[in-house]
Ligand binder design. Structure first.
Ligand code: AGP
Length: 618
């Protein structure tokens, strides 16, 4: 995924573009660039002819900032910029965006993948174009150049007609210094409306301090921005009267608010995120899932459910399977989206597809949804980003409203996804007799207590930090859980490995003897998720087997459980709750253990190497 921002107005463009890029760094940061068009009055002299000025650099945005400090831009009120997460071509200065045409008059930035860029590039070279980078993006600049007959909008329309794949584009040209063009298929792009200034960006945080008035461009739409007007139309040319949304969250929602990292801030936001979800979706004991988009009859007609997602969202789906099957008796399959889309899944109109995605832009999840819809499945999205591609393709949307999640490691979005799956299970269970009404009410009662229990756990975060630091020297971790906490083990392992780079594996504890026990020795740390539950004794047996082989154990246990201390080197407690709800609670200590180990190792917690916040390419 990459970050785009463009500006046209009356202020100096460069500072606005750089500051916007910093707010998009979570989308990719292996290279970046800014391009502006300098023109206009020249101290009373004859206005200088418009020309493109470009600054690009490898690595983080601060490298670009230093470059611009050493080689400042001339006056300019129009520009585009980009922070990259490489898909085609190594992360280096040449491949950094913006890219330009042969004459260096047209500049373009791009998020997505042009699937057919190679044949297009070969044909362009045959027609004499000099293509200097290894990217798919540069090809588009040359196609625009080739189609430019004095009308930039038409040239862009003709160029993008030749493209296959996903793209969000922003384009400027020194021949048209009063025009900024935006176009999107498959990758998010928004227009920000200001006073005598307008913006284009990949995501709201980039422009939120300038405007809250946003147009979410739809697929196959273009926009032509002047400093005092915005025109939106379909690629075919038909005009659109766009809906203008007013963004609700504030700038500080995208700042760290005094926390060392976005990840830590977002971990601390979890109690409020959960409390807000409960407040808005539980009226007494009734579950309100507006956006579910299913009639009561359709709800009753669901014969099976397919949960599809990637990464952490996939782990949330695995928790969801235990919970939904236990509360409703409806069979649930869970697939990594990248597998679902190729296994010819058994889906029909009685299948409810639930696609889970924080960003709503994950390429594999989007592709899996299209596959499911092609088979007649009804798709509900559990998503955190309003207006994202997934929410447009789904038949119904359950927004988690967790607020922007900037840290690459998903925390509050994960917990919100699980909570939404509990709510969905409770909603569906009302129509089925799988559990007794009293048991269902007890779960709802305990569910409402979870935000307060989160605050209790956070009161002990320093003790968790001490345990994490004491174990940060281990070169490998095993995370073990059973039943509804087997997915918690997978998620704990993912959190640790993605921000600390320590090899970590999640495993069903019952599988220990089928292989992983060979790993156990005094150089191995094992996190055992063992809250009070029907599988507690089994977990204790696993811990005894590990200790007998000198493995070092961090146990996650229920407050008051003193016995477990005899079987572990360290114990992290969670408050007592319904055993079915424990994945919600154990997520927090697992996040904190990963966070404090990564900080202890000096890792880049918010922007771990090789990762991007949303994988918008396959
Ligand atoms: C989790 O910490 C990672 N950031 C990653 O696994 C993520 O959950 C996955 O890429 C799915 O992203 P999505 O929820 O935006 O679809």
């Amino acid at each position: 995924m990459c970050g785009i921002i463009g500006y046209i107005g009356e202020k100096q463009a460069a500072p606005i573009l750089i500051d916007g890029l910093k707010k998009l760094e979570y989308r990719g940061y292996d290279s970046s660039g800014v391009g502006v068009i300098s023109s206009g009055p020249n101290g009373g002299m004859r206005p200088v002819p418009s020309k493109v000025i470009l600054r690009k650099s490898h690595g983080k945005i601060q490298n670009l900032e230093e470059l611009i400090k050493s080689r400042p831009f001339p006056e300019s009120c129009i520009g585009i910029s980009h922070t990259r997460w490489a898909t085609h071509g190594a992360p280096n200065r040449v491949n950094a965006h913006p890219h330009s045409d042969c004459e260096g008059k047209i500049l373009i930035v791009h998020n997505g993948i042009i699937e057919n860029y190679e044949p297009l590039r070969d044909a362009l070279r045959k027609r004499g174009h000099r293509i200097v980078s290894d990217t798919d993006t540069e090809v588009v600049a040359h196609l625009i150049e080739e189609n430019n007959r004095g009308d930039l909008v038409q040239a862009v329309q003709k160029a993008i007609k030749q493209l296959d794949g996903a793209f969000a584009l922003a384009i400027i040209s020194s021949d048209y210094p009063d025009t900024l063009i935006a176009a999107r298929v498959g990758s998010p792009l928004i227009i920000g409306l200001g006073k005598n200034e307008n913006f284009v960006a990949s995501d709201v945080p980039a422009i939120l301090e300038h405007t809250k008035k946003i147009i979410y461009l739809k697929d196959q739409q273009m926009a032509v921005l002047k400093k005092d007007s915005v025109r939106v139309f379909w690629f075919g040319g038909k005009a659109v009267k766009p809906k203008v949304d007013v963004v609700k969250f504030h700038m500080d929602a995208v700042q760290k608010q005094g926390y060392a990292h976005f990840m830590l801030k977002e971990i601390h936001e979890q109690p409020d995120v959960l409390a807000q979800m409960i407040k808005s979706r539980l009226k007494g004991n009734q579950v309100i899932l507006d956006g579910f988009g299913l009639t009561e009859a359709q709800l009753k007609g669901i014969k099976n459910i397919a949960l599809i997602a990637c990464g952490t969202a996939y782990h949330a789906g695995l928790v969801g399977r235990y919970v939904i099957e236990k509360l409703t008796g409806i069979p649930v399959m869970v697939d990594a989206a990248s597998e679902f889309r190729y296994r010819d899944p058994i889906v029909d109109k009685s299948t409810l597809i639930v696609a889970i995605s924080q960003s709503g832009e994950t390429a594999d999840t989007l592709a899996a949804v299209r596959e499911a819809k092609s088979k007649g499945g009804k798709v509900i999205a559990i998503c955190n980003v309003v207006g994202s591609s997934l929410t447009r393709e789904a038949d119904g949307v359950l927004y988690t409203h967790a607020g922007p999640e900037i840290g690459v490691a998903s925390t509050k979005a994960y917990v919100a996804q699980i909570a939404m799956l509990y709510l969905m299970a409770l909603k569906l269970s009302a129509h089925r007799k799988k559990i007794a009404a009293r048991a269902r009410l007890r779960i709802i009662r305990d569910f409402k207590r979870v935000p307060a229990l989160y605050k209790d756990i956070l009161k002990h975060k320093n003790a968790i930090a001490v345990i994490a630091r004491k174990n940060s020297h281990f070169g490998c971790f095993l995370f073990l859980g059973r039943n509804v906490n087997y997915p918690s083990a997978l998620e704990g392992a993912l959190k640790l490995k993605e921000i600390s780079y320590i090899p970590a594996e999640g495993y069903p504890a019952g599988e220990m003897k089928h292989g992983p026990i060979a790993l156990i020795d005094e150089y191995r740390a094992v996190v055992c998720i063992a809250p009070q539950s029907e599988v507690y004794e089994k977990m204790i047996s696993n811990m005894q087997e590990i200790r007998a082989r000198k493995g070092k154990i961090i146990a996650i246990a229920t407050e008051g459980d003193q016995a477990i201390k005899a079987h572990a080197n360290h114990v992290v407690y969670i408050p007592k709750t319904n055993s079915l709800l424990t994945p919600l609670l154990v997520a927090l200590p697992l996040q904190l253990i990963a966070y404090y180990i990564a900080v202890q190792l000096g890792c880049d917690v918010d922007q771990p190497r090789n990762l991007a916040k949303s994988v918008t390419v396959e």
